[in-house]
Design a protein around this ligand. Structure first.
Ligand code: GTP
Ligand code: MG
Length: 437
């Protein structure tokens, strides 16, 4: 293998992978091992079987060889003996580290970001997701370009021809930059389209499922809406957003969206380029943060999701924690009790077994209604028929009549305020203004 830029795992045959993690403090070893387990799942999703996991303890990262030259030399023999075809490092590698490791081990070397990008690229189906992934991949590639990158000219043919005296790298960089600009424009157009779609759904309370990858978001989406969203025991099964109407109680309908999951160290380019997909979460009225309570890293997963929500500017939206997969908890496990104490706004369910879904529905009704406004209005009986149109938008929670008026208390969602105001204006034409708001 020449240089270690961005490598795509061969689709046709499974790779044999060596996973490498670094623990800077001895007490970090456990955590690093857990991270390698997750990396193993990622590798599996991408098409690689893990042959060996190595945790190296060092006081600090080695700037040239990441885990130190001695350790790399030691591994070179194992790599040969075990027919390892791919090295995956659980951290971001500098271009120099990637090159040195690749040269010494004579194998492809990818880092965590590269692996996640590869999975996204394999899984992206819609034109939107494909564009977003390609943009993120090129941005990841740009600073990692070293020596020849000739296949790019084939891939993007013609864009930015080689000028006199320029090196191949400069040409490649220019090609990538112009491709990036093109993809950005394409995504901006997609975003405008999406915004129009979202505006068209303006009257409904919008709830977004967010959470760590594999937490059970799509399974819950299917359970609540009867939709057939793809759910699977793989990381990043979902890369697009799906929106479905869910009737919580008769007449009380919300729009529920399922979207891409988060993961530790999700490459920031990916978060940025998935802006339009993540808009469903960013513009929701309520987030359901779905958590796999049976995961050994549940607390870290919650933290990662909370940080990612900040990154996508969705951290001001009210959140209900949904502790999922309770069916997998062992008797006597304290995790759930502890988490519920920490997050009072929470429910515990099993999306797969359909356990306690009614509690979640009630919680949703409660959260929706909390946002409602109440008004007391006085309608002249002669104009009462104008008023009855308000039933399409508001609940009547009290009604009294005097000789000439109906005195009515209504509750409605702030989303339909304009419709309600319009009907009341018609019904109370030339009458006195509402008694109370
Ligand atoms: N035991 C158990 N498994 C569950 C439960 N909910 C979901 N799962 C399983 O967990 C796996 C992941 O579920 P998904 O619904 O695809 O998870 P997701 O959050 O949509 O994942 P991504 O789209 O990959 O981010 C699937 O194999 C589900 O069958 C549950 O309550 N109990
Ligand atoms: Mg999913």
């Amino acid at each position: 293998m020449s240089d270690n830029k961005l490598h795509t795992i061969t689709r046709s045959e499974r790779e044999r992978a060596l996973l490498i993690g670094l623990s800077v403090w001895p007490e970090e070893r456990e955590t690093t091992l857990e991270h390698l387990e997750e990396l193993e799942l990622l590798a599996d999703t991408a098409g690689a079987d893990t042959v060996l996991k190595v945790v190296q303890g060092l006081p600090r990262k080695d700037s040239a060889f990441f885990i130190g030259k001695g350790k790399v030399e030691e591994l070179a023999q194992v790599v040969k003996d075990e027919n390892i075809t791919l090295i995956i490092v659980d951290d971001d590698l500098s271009p120099v580290q990637a090159r040195n490791l690749g040269r010494m081990l004579e194998r492809k070397v990818i880092d965590r970001s590269g692996l996640i990008l590869d999975i996204f690229a394999q899984r992206a189906r819609s034109s939107e997701a494909r564009t977003q992934v390609e943009l993120a991949q090129l941005q990841y590639m740009l600073p990692r370009l070293t020596r020849q990158w000739t296949h790019l000219s084939k891939q993007f043919g013609g864009i930015g021809t080689k000028g006199p005296g320029e090196t191949q790298i400069e040409t490649d960089r220019r090609m990538i930059r112009s491709r990036i600009a093109h993809l950005r424009e394409k995504l901006e157009r997609i975003e405008v389209q999406r915004e129009t779609q979202r505006k068209g759904r303006g009257d409904h309370f919008r709830v977004a499922l967010v959470g760590y990858t594999n937490a059970g978001k799509s399974t819950l989406m299917n359970e609540l809406s009867g939709a057939a969203v793809h759910a699977e025991d793989r990381l990043f099964a979902t890369l697009d957003s799906t929106v479905r109407a869910v009737e919580l109680t008769p007449g009380r309908t919300i729009l529920l969206s399922d979207t891409v999951g988060f993961i530790r160290k999700l490459p920031s380019h990916l978060v940025a380029s998935f802006r339009s997909t993540l808009a469903e979460a960013r513009e929701a009225d309520l987030l359901l943060h779905v958590v796999d309570v049976a995961s050994s890293t549940v607390r870290e997963q919650i933290k990662v999701v909370e940080e990612t929500l900040k990154e996508i500017e969705a951290d001001r939206i009210p959140v209900v924690m949904v502790f999922n997969k309770v069916d997998l908890l062992q008797p006597g496990d304290e995790t759930l009790a502890e988490l519920r104490e920490r997050y009072p706004e929470s429910v515990a369910i099993s999306a797969m077994r359909g356990l306690h879904i009614h509690a979640l529905r009630s919680k949703l009704v409660e959260m929706v209604e909390e946002t409602f406004c109440e008004r007391l209005v006085r309608i002249p009986l002669a104009r009462y028929s104008y008023f009855t149109k308000v039933y399409d938008y508001a609940d009547v929670i009290g009604k009294e009549f005097d000789e000439e008026h109906a005195i009515i208390k209504i509750r409605f969602s702030p989303k339909v305020r304009d419709h309600v105001e319009h009907i009341l204006a018609l019904a109370m034409a030339q009458e006195m203004s509402p008694l109370a708001t």
